[in-house]
Design a protein around this ligand. Structure first.
Ligand code: AMP
Ligand code: ZN
Length: 436
C-alpha cells in the first residue's frame, strides 16, 4: 500500500517513499509549556497521531520514529512563572505533565521521543557555530542572527520573496540586525533570566533553533516528514529549514512538509477576549476524549475546521450508534476501503464513511479513531445523557401514576427505555440507569 501525502514544499500530493523503510522518521513541533493547551493545539496532535499509526501499520511499530518536542525555554514561560510566583522549572514540569494527560485522553499514542529544549542547548550552540563558520550567521551585540541574504532559497516553503516577507511580517527591527528579516539564533540573558554559557556570552536560544537541534539529534540531517499547524509554515518552519540546511551543506531537512488547517470555534477565531477559548481540559470535563477526537477527524486535516457544540453532539450520536452495532475488537482486521482512504493524504472523512458503510467499528480502534477507551462505558456515564430531561420524565410519570393514568406512565417508561434509559422503582423513589 502506498501512502500519498500533500507536500507543502511542492504543493502537490506525492507518493510517499521513506528514506529508510526500517526507520521512518517524523518530527512535529510540540507545545510551549506555560499554560493548558487549547483545542486548536489538539489538532496537529490528533492528525499526526493518525499518520503515526498509519505508518506503524504499514512499516511496523518498531520501524517508525516520531519526535514531538517540548519547548521549555521561552519568554512567555519566564513571564508566566514570574506572574505566578513559581519557578520556571515548576511551571514547565506542571504544564508538560498536564499536556501529556490531555493528549492521552484524546487517544493519542505518546511519540517515540519527547525531547525538551533545555536538554539540548549544547546541540543548539553547535549548530549556531556551524552556521557562523558557513557564513550563514553573525554575532552582534550578544546576539547571533541568521543572515537570510546568505541563503538564496530562503522562503521556498512559504513561497515568499524577501520583499513580501518584509512587507507582510511584523518583524522586529533592531540595530544589531543587517536585515529586518534576519532572525535570532541566540540572545543574551540578564541575571534574572534563564541562560547558558556560550561563545557569545551567557544567553538563551531563539525558538526556531530549538527544533533544528532536536530534529537533528534524533532524526539525523534529513528525515521523512515534518509537521505542524499552518501558522508555523512562516516564519518558524522556513527558519528551521534555513538553519538546518545551512548547517548541513544544504541537505534537505525533511522530504515532506505537512500542515494542518486552523481550528475556529463556532465560526470565529478562538480568543480569550471573544470568550470562545477552550482548553482541552475544559472540554474533557463535558465530552469524552473520543468524541473530541472523532469530531476533529470528521474534517480533512488541511481544511479549516469549525468546532461547534452542534458538531460535537452529532459526533457523539454517531459514535453511540456505531458502538451499538459492534463491539471494538482488540486486534482489528485490515479493511481495504478504510486504509485506502487514510492512505490518500489522510482522508479521515472518507475513512469514517467507509466504516459507516461497513458498520465496522473494529477497524477504527486500530488507528485510534475510536475504541481507545471503552465508549460503551462512557455512554453509560450519566453525564452522557440529558439528566434534566430524564428527571422531568420521572416527575411526569410519577404524576401520571398518582392520577392512575397507567397508560401514560407506561408510555413514559417505554419512551425512556427506547432511549436506553432504564427506570428502577425502589423504596427511595425512582432512579435510572443506562441500559447495559
Ligand atoms: P503553539 O503552542 O502556539 O506553538 O502551537 C502548538 C501547535 O498547535 C502548532 O502546531 C500550531 O500550529 C497548532 N495550533 C495552534 N493554534 C491552532 C488552531 N487554532 N488550529 C489548529 N492548530 C493550531
Ligand atoms: Zn518547530
Amino acid at each position: 500500500m502506498t501512502i500519498r501525502l500533500f507536500n507543502t514544499l511542492t504543493k502537490t500530493k506525492e507518493d510517499f517513499a521513506p528514506i529508510d523503510a526500517a526507520n521512518v522518521r517524523m518530527y512535529v513541533c510540540g507545545p510551549t509549556v506555560y499554560d493548558f493547551a487549547h483545542i486548536g493545539n489538539a489538532r496537529p496532535v490528533i492528525v499526526f497521531d493518525v499518520l503515526f499509526r498509519l505508518l506503524r501499520h504499514i512499516y511496523g511499530d518498531a520501524h517508525v520514529t516520531y519526535v514531538r518536542n517540548i519547548t521549555d525555554v521561552d519568554d512567555k514561560i519566564n513571564a508566566r512563572a514570574a506572574e505566578r510566583g513559581i519557578s520556571i522549572r515548576e511551571l514547565t514540569e506542571e504544564t508538560a505533565r498536564q499536556y501529556a494527560e490531555d493528549v492521552a485522553a484524546l487517544g493519542n499514542l505518546p511519540p517515540t521521543v519527547t525531547p525538551r529544549a533545555t536538554e539540548h542547548i549544547a546541540q543548539m550552540i553547535a549548530i549556531i557555530e556551524q552556521l557562523i563558520a558557513a557564513g550563514h550567521a553573525y554575532a552582534a551585540d550578544g546576539h547571533v542572527l541568521f543572515d537570510v541574504s546568505s541563503k538564496p532559497d530562503y522562503g521556498k516553503l512559504s513561497r515568499r520573496s524577501l520583499g513580501e516577507m518584509i512587507a507582510g511580517a511584523r518583524v522586529e527591527v533592531a540595530p544589531y540586525k543587517k536585515s529586518p528579516m534576519d532572525f535570532v539564533l541566540w540572545k543574551p540573558s540578564d541575571a534574572a533570566t534563564p541562560g547558558w554559557d556560550s561563545p557569545w556570552g551567557r544567553g538563551r536560544p531563539g525558538w526556531h533553533i530549538e527544533c533544528s537541534a532536536m530534529a537533528g539529534e534524533y532524526l539525523g540531517e534529513t528525515f521523512d516528514i515534518h509537521g505542524g499547524g499552518i501558522d508555523l509554515q512562516f516564519p518558524h518552519h522556513e527558519n528551521e529549514i534555513a538553519q538546518s540546511e545551512g548547517a548541513h551543506h544544504n541537505h534537505p531537512l525533511a522530504k515532506v512538509w505537512m500542515h494542518n488547517g486552523f481550528l475556529q470555534v463556532e465560526g470565529e477565531k478562538m480568543s480569550k477576549s471573544a470568550g470562545n477559548f477552550f482548553t482541552i481540559r475544559d472540554l474533557l470535563a463535558d465530552w469524552p476524549g473520543e468524541v473530541l477526537r472523532f469530531n476533529m477527524l470528521r474534517t480533512h486535516y488541511r481544511q479549516p475546521i469549525d468546532f461547534t457544540v452542534a458538531g460535537l453532539k452529532e459526533s457523539w450520536k454517531m459514535l453511540e450508534r456505531w458502538y451499538e452495532v459492534t463491539e471494538p475488537l482488540a486486534d482489528p482486521a485490515p479493511d481495504a476501503a478504510f486504509f485506502e482512504a487514510l492512505s490518500d493524504d489522510l482522508n479521515t472523512p472518507a475513512a469514517i464513511a467507509s466504516l459507516h458503510q461497513a458498520g465496522d467499528m473494529a477497524l477504527a480502534g486500530g488507528l485510534g479513531f475510536l475504541g481507545f477507551s471503552n465508549v460503551q462505558m462512557r455512554i453509560a456515564d450519566k453525564a452522557a445523557v440529558d439528566t434534566a430531561a430524564i428527571a422531568d420524565a420521572i416527575e411526569a410519570r410519577k404524576a401520571a401514576r398518582a392520577a392512575k393514568n397507567f397508560a401514560e406512565s407506561d408510555r413514559i417508561r417505554d419512551d425512556l427505555l427506547a432511549q436506553g434509559i432504564v427506570l428502577k422503582d425502589g423504596p427511595g423513589g425512582t432512579t435510572w440507569e443506562v441500559k447495559k
